[in-house]
Ligand binder design. Sequence first.
Ligand code: NAD
Ligand code: IPM
Ligand code: MN
Length: 368
Amino acid sequence: MSNPTLLILPGDGIGPEVMTEVRKVIDWMGSSRGISFDVSEALVGGASYDAHGTPLTDETMEQAQSVDAVLLGAVGGPKYDDLDFSVKPERGLLRLRKEMDLYANLRPAQCFDALADFSSLKKDVVAGLDIMIIRELTSGIYFGEPRGIITEGNERIGINTQRYTESEIARVARSAFELARKRGNKVCSMEKANVMESGVLWRRVVTEVHEAEYSDVELSHMYADAGAMQLCRWPKQFDVIVTDNLFGDLLSDAAAMLTGSLGMLPSASLGAPMSNGRPKALYEPVHGSAPDIAGQGKANPIACILSFAMALRYSFDLGEEATRVEQAVEKVLADGLRTADLIGEEGVSPVSTSAMGDAIIAALDASV
Ligand code: NAD
Ligand code: IPM
Ligand code: MN
């Protein structure tokens, strides 16, 4: 049988730096576990714009559609801030999500014991935390029409449209209920049904799907602003949170700080099953290209490495190997290794991106 295929899109800023460390883990899987991937690599974001004048070429889009899984680093940076919207780096990523129809974005926020003291919240609020935010990723205000900047009289008007069809809501709700059944069996749906019609429909459809297909799962609803507050107050009340594209973007960055750093949060963006029964999938850290630390060897590669672990679990049915990678990360953190983003107290010196990657490989070696 041929090897599973992976397309790597390192992107911009710290994207290529953290992806170098993921490559070590991919290579380790081949050499130490006999699990080899056919890996190809292409440009995305600003790097693609610089080379081809577009943040994603049609060839790379086609490649992404044809592989078993895509791994992406990060896109964007100040150099591209003034570009026309149609060619901004972020548009490359949005095109991948939209054309691959990756509607369910799984963003787990797990607090490793070794970092429980490091969160900006009190230890007992975050210790043992394990929640999953499911963000709708292909619709809502990110993609709704009309959009643009128009001029009426002497006024410029910026327009974006929040729009959800019931089938878009129903399918992401199903993803949330399915996942909840494999975890704590609880879903909290977040919207703003008090002020937005799309929120009213969201709540109605989630409730209908629940009643018809998942009444064994506990369902609650929360306004997204109250949800943000509850995430900081007592996040352990949640198991699975399902929410729309924009609220999910904000809530998952906030949830990152429960785990200690944005450099810790992985994600999986999943679509409908392909002919082999596996979902279309793209894996990427939740963080961006971190222009403030790019090129300095300071980036934390853990979010990207854990994103590869999610690929092992969700695209390749290699749950045990995914757990092995997660435990290797846990081990190096327990041993006290910290990249700069994880350093609070004085007297602890940070390790570089590559030293963190090497330590994770050493922990993997020790696991077999
Ligand atoms: P960011 O996530 O890049 O950085 C926010 C802060 O977190 C910075 O201080 C950064 O140094 C720190 N940080 C992020 N990841 C880290 C890591 N792995 N290790 C250590 N520290 C880390 O967000 P931003 O600064 O708002 O955005 C920068 C650029 O990235 C923008 O162009 C934005 O559009 C883009 N972006 C891309 C993605 C993506 O590709 N998925 C996600 C978010 C932002
Ligand atoms: C994320 C990012 C993206 C988003 C940008 C880069 C398009 O912030 O993946 O969280 O807003 O979805
Ligand atoms: Mn974001």
